[in-house]
Design a protein around this ligand. Structure first.
Ligand code: GAR
Length: 201
């Protein structure tokens, strides 16, 4: 079987990348193979996780690019050079332009730590999402895996899972529960689902 060639784009700690690496080892992610991990941040711990798993890494430092267009062009060149079929945003804290997203229709997926359409869009990323959920006082939050289009967090939903908020939650405690109960299982399942469709094309 032809496996979908996957690039995972990261900016930070990379626990979602780790979940994908583990899923690949466990045979949960079967129809796709992580070929490349790209970070926009030189020191991202996710790069060490990738290297530890024997996956090629690449840093495209956004700060060393003259503008956003140059950054995206470098990304596109790397994706083309590596024959990438599927782009997974796993804690990638850069908003991609329409020029970029329209080049890969239904070939970019993102994990977001809330139940979209709540607490999403520009400015909602990482801990900020959980801070906003706690501030609003919702009793249920969760995670969403969706296709990426030109609207930040606005593409078609692939999988979604609810997680309860508990008394005394801090943003950090809630972030960890959402990851553990939703993101780390949901993302590998969604990546397998989309990879399977690509592999069968
Ligand atoms: C995850 O919670 C992910 O859903 C979120 O950032 C965290 C990254 O953690 N992504 C966004 O907020 C994107 N809008 P990780 O680096 O440990 O996977």
């Amino acid at each position: 079987m032809n496996k979908a060639k996957i690039a995972v784009l990261v900016s930070g700690g990379g626990t979602n990348l780790q979940a994908l690496i583990d899923a690949q080892k466990q045979g949960i992610l079967l129809s796709g193979e992580i070929k490349l991990v790209i970070s926009n941040k030189p020191g991202a711990y996710a790069l060490e996780r990738a290297a530890g798993a024997g996956i090629d890494t690449l840093v495209i430092d956004k700060k060393s690019c003259v503008d956003h267009a140059e950054f995206e062009q470098k990304l596109m060149d790397a994706l083309a050079e590596n024959g990438i079929d599927l782009i997974v945003l796993a804690g990638f804290m850069v908003i991609l332009s329409e020029r970029f997203t329209s080049a890969y229709p239904k070939r970019i997926i993102n994990v977001h730590p809330s139940l979209i359409p709540s607490f999403c869009g520009e400015g909602f990323y990482g801990l900020r999402v959980h801070e906003a959920a706690l501030k609003y006082g919702v009793k249920v939050t969760g995670a969403t895996v969706h296709f990426v289009n030109e609207i930040p967090d606005g593409g078609e939903i692939i999988l979604q899972k609810a997680v309860d908020i508990q008394d005394g939650d801090t943003p950090e405690i809630l972030q960890h529960r959402v990851m553990e109960q939703a993101e780390w299982t949901l993302l590998p399942r969604a990546v397998e689902k989309v990879s399977k469709n690509i592999a069968n094309e």
